[in-house]
Design a protein around this ligand. Structure first.
Ligand code: PLP
Length: 367
């Protein structure tokens, strides 16, 4: 009997936790596949049983992360691997964040959950050289469990009038520049270099986490397995804290559902924990809920929220389209507080309106 994973299944489905990177949805979008998104557990890790329940006859791939981008937690790869084997499915571990950290943390003696090919069931792994590999963008890595799987990525067309055509990657013509850059960085740092950086990054992360947790109103989400940390607040608007930190030169990412700030601690941040915490403490002491910018943001978000409740959907869509054009023509105005953008986005009950808004933003940039 042919292996299920070798059969071509029309409209095949991916099963992935909600914390998996949108790159998988983008792949589905391009390849005509369908993504089945499964909620994660309380601890923000993928829920293996929920994933198993989502498997149907047309499922072709299970996905999880090591760790996931939003909360820095490694999904239970072993449990999902067992399910993949039981159902004879491909199983991809996205180690884009952890690929150049977790192996070195393991060597250093940190408790690292299993995530690689030593875990039965894992058939492919991705890792980003441009993150903790400290290399230029454009040389990310995909590893396959065996050659048979890898050959499926290769493409050959020997009968072309332009000559024999062969290509190993999704991208056709590639630049050698980033490749050379990556080779140079890897040779420069070596295993020892990566290990040393990983150790110092973890020390800085621990310091930052401790400092965040000293604030009673701030909470770290989940229990991060490495140096990717998200935190939220129960009484302040966390995005206003983010904007206040931005004005001090700290550029944290914004998360939603729930609203949170997000740090990826890297070599660039080593030893900067005191500096960051001093600024965070200052921001917290200044009670952002009382400052003027906060009030302006809050009231504009309130107005939009009220409008979305009373206006019909078609009008909201039209607004989303207009807002896209307006925000766009403002150009690169970094002064538009992100708290307002996210606040307005959160007030759209119909997420399609947000999609439309962002789509129009992109479209406008290519005008
Ligand atoms: C960054 C990242 C990706 C892909 O990122 P690109 O940089 O856009 O290629 C995929 N998965 C995770 C977990 C990531 O952090």
């Amino acid at each position: 009997m042919p292996q299920k994973r070798d059969r071509k299944i029309p409209h095949g489905k991916f099963v992935l936790p909600e914390t998996a990177h949108p790159a998988f949805l983008k792949a589905c979008h391009y390849l005509g596949l369908k993504a089945v998104i499964v909620p994660v557990g309380e601890d923000k890790r993928a829920d293996p049983l929920a994933m198993q329940d989502a498997i149907t006859g047309s499922t072709i791939l299970l996905v999880c992360s090591a760790p996931c981008y939003p909360y820095g937690v490694v999904d239970p790869v072993g449990d999902i691997g067992r399910i993949a084997r039981k159902h004879n499915l491909l199983f991809h571990v996205d180690a884009c964040m952890g690929g150049f950290m977790l192996p070195f943390l393991e060597e250093l003696g940190y408790p690292v959950p299993g995530f690689d090919f030593r875990i039965p069931g894992v058939t492919s792994i991705s890792m980003d050289a441009h993150k903790y590999g400290y290399s230029p963008k454009g040389v990310s890595i995909i590893l396959y469990k065996n050659r048979k799987l890898r050959r499926k990525q290769f493409f050959v067309h020997a009968d072309w009038s332009g000559g024999i055509f062969a290509s190993t990657t999704f991208m056709g013509t590639k630049s050698g520049g980033p490749l050379a850059g990556c080779w140079a960085v890897m040779n420069h740092l070596g295993r020892e270099g990566y290990r040393t950086i990983a150790h110092q990054v973890m020390k800085t992360t621990a310091g930052i986490m401790e400092g965040i947790e000293k604030h009673k109103s701030l909470h770290i989400i989940g229990r991060p397995d490495m140096s990717v940390v998200a935190f939220t607040s129960d009484n302040e608007d966390i995005f206003n804290i983010g904007d206040a930190l931005s004005s001090k030169g700290w550029h944290l990412d914004r998360l939603q559902f729930p609203d949170a700030l997000h740090l990826t601690v890297t070599a660039l941040n080593i030893g900067k924990e005191e500096e960051f915490l001093t600024d965070l403490n200052e921001v917290m002491e200044n009670e952002p809920s009382l400052n003027q910018e906060y009030r302006a943001t809050k009231s504009s978000v309130k107005i939009v929220r009220a409008l979305t409740k009373i206006l019909p959907g078609a009008v909201i869509d039209k607004f989303a389209r207009k807002a896209g054009i307006v925000i766009n023509s403002g150009g690169n105005d970094s002064k538009v507080p992100q708290a307002a953008l996210y606040g307005i986005s959160a007030s759209f009950k119909n997420r399609k309106s947000v999609n439309k808004l962002i789509m129009n933003l992109l479209d406008g940039m290519y005008r």
